[in-house]
Design a protein around this ligand. Structure first.
Ligand SMILES: Cc1cc2nc3c(=O)[nH]c(=O)nc-3n(C[C@H](O)[C@H](O)[C@H](O)COP(=O)(O)O)c2cc1C
Length: 186
């Protein structure tokens, strides 16, 4: 796929077929991710792949409960809490695969590095015919001791980017962009 076609065609997908994502395809996505630019070439990332449906369901429940429990300390927009309180809302949209990119080094740019790896991974997924979506709603729970233990991230390291991947069941609509503010400084 041509680069600009990939950039303009990628969508956050929230409706998936149950088909498993093959291991070779995941390896290819990780390979694309690690070719992201990264500060001082530290390559601080690690990748946890979760495909067991019952574990994904459990993490979804735990992440929702966790966000509701910390509502007073880390407020989000009100409509998100309505969704979190809905027992039928699955934060991973029943996607067959979750890849969590974590920073396993220390330094001032580790989060940026992992975010760039995440964008590479999502673009590569789109290029290979998969859908993807960064699930920020899972981040707080993955940052807890239980969350880190579940994906094998030792303290003091940080999970950064939980990304679901799978074959889209339906095409995701394009989300309009605001006109960017661009200041030409002279
Ligand atoms: C840091 C981050 C966190 C996000 N968290 C969620 C999330 O928890 N659930 C969700 O459905 N989408 C999530 N998204 C996807 C955004 O809603 C989406 O990127 C945005 O609406 C633009 O749509 P597009 O990706 O299709 O262009 C997240 C995206 C980013 C970058």
């Amino acid at each position: 796929m041509e680069l600009m076609e990939a950039i303009f065609g990628r969508r956050s997908v929230r409706d998936y077929l149950p088909d498993a994502v093959p291991q070779e395809a995941i390896n290819r996505l990780v390979d694309a991710a690690i070719h992201a630019p990264n500060a001082i070439n530290q390559q601080p990332w690690s990748f946890a792949v979760v495909q067991e449906r019952s574990l994904l369901d459990q993490i979804s429940r735990d992440a929702k409960a966790h966000l509701l429990s910390i509502r007073s300390t880390a407020p989000m927009p009100a409509h998100l809490y309505e969704r979190l309180a809905d027992p039928d809302f699955h934060i991973f949209y029943h996607a067959p695969t979750l890849i969590v990119i974590s920073a396993i080094a220390q330094g001032p740019w580790i989060v940026e590095d992992c975010a760039l790896a995440a964008e590479n991974l999502m673009l590569a997924a789109h290029g290979a015919g998969f859908g993807s979506c960064w699930i920020g709603l899972a981040q707080a729970w993955f940052g807890t001791p239980k969350g880190k233990e579940t994906i094998g991230v030792p303290e003091p390291h940080v999970p950064v980017a939980p990304i679901i991947v799978g074959r889209p069941r339906t095409p995701a609509p394009a989300v309009p962009r605001k006109t960017p503010e661009v200041r030409w400084i002279s």
